[in-house]
Design a binder for this molecule. Structure first.
Ligand code: ADP
Ligand code: MG
Length: 275
């Protein structure tokens, strides 16, 4: 269904993806975890050629592209296979909720206006926004805006939906409603790749988990394998850090070492609170 083979990508000599191989079956929900800067967004963007890999092959559905020989026409057909949900929603501020969802259908898929409206109403009902069709994004909460982002992706009826940290920009109290919507879509059997820092959610919703660090997939497996019995030290350290447990290795690094006590260096008579 989705297969990435030998994907490499560099930005100005910096190797951001170092020979990545990923295989995802139809209907699977795959989450990607990893520290900031590890290449998660770049990998996701290679799936739809928003970033063109330097090397490797991308296959989504029945479209396969070899990075070095990619033609414009192939890239257009590859892009039609997927839809993306962004961290910052990326909605059109001057369009209403329903117009935001209709836009892709009319422009990219050449669907007639009346049919696009009907399809958009259906997906907006799925994400619980039937009462907000004629609102503008600025009149919605962040959670509602992201649900519009999800409806817009769903409306395109893609082979796969790519989520790039869909809840990272939200206030904590709004995260739950968005995760619930994503979960309900997952239960419908749509293939999804989700980059997230929401560990409980990832554990709950994923069929397969990838842990990335420094441009490579360090470890992958079922949620149980990754969360309960991770094998790699880097995975263990990442999970410990996220769960807020103290990480012994951190304290051996100079920036976390106990600060030198400077009190003795002060000339006599200087009061302590200057420190
Ligand atoms: P993540 O999503 O895991 O935080 P990214 O894929 O966004 O990681 O970035 C990986 C690395 O690639 C980072 O060092 C980032 O600065 C760099 N990078 C990403 N996109 C670009 C770009 N368009 N130009 C230059 N460097 C980039
Ligand atoms: Mg990112």
């Amino acid at each position: 269904m989705i297969e990435l083979k030998g994907i490499k990508k560099a930005f100005h000599q910096q190797e951001v993806l170092k020979r990545i191989d990923v295989k995802i079956e139809k209907g699977q929900v795959v989450t990607i975890l990893g520290p900031s800067g590890s290449g998660k967004t770049t990998l996701l963007r290679c799936v739809n050629f928003l970033e063109q890999p330097d090397e490797g092959t991308v296959q989504v559905g029945d479209v396969t592209i070899q990075a070095q020989e990619a033609k414009k026409k192939e890239i257009i057909s590859l892009r039609k296979q997927s839809a993306m949900v962004f961290q910052h929603y990326n909605l059109f501020a001057h369009k209403t909720v329903i117009e935001n969802v209709m836009e892709g259908l009319i422009v990219a898929q050449k669907v007639k206006k009346a049919a696009a409206r009907k399809q958009s109403e259906e997906v907006l009902a799925k994400v619980g926004l039937s009462d907000k069709l004629n609102h503008y994004p600025s009149q919605l909460s962040g959670g509602q805006q992201q649900r519009v982002g999800i409806a817009r992706a769903l409306a395109l009826n893609p082979q796969v939906i790519l989520f790039d940290e869909p809840t990272s920009a939200l206030d904590p109290e709004l995260v739950g409603e968005v995760l619930a919507v994503i979960k309900s879509i997952a239960n419908e059997g749509i293939t999804m790749i989700i980059v997230t820092h929401e560990m409980n959610f990832a554990r709950d919703v994923s069929d397969h988990v990838l842990f990335m660090d420094d441009g490579v997939i360090v470890e992958e497996g079922t949620p149980d394998e990754i969360f309960t019995q991770p094998k790699q030290e880097r995975t263990k350290r990442f999970l410990r850090r996220l769960s807020g447990e103290p990480d012994a290795s951190l304290f051996t690094q100079p920036q976390y070492a106990e600060p030198e006590k400077k009190t003795n260096l002060l000339p006599k008579g200087v009061v302590k609170h200057v420190l």
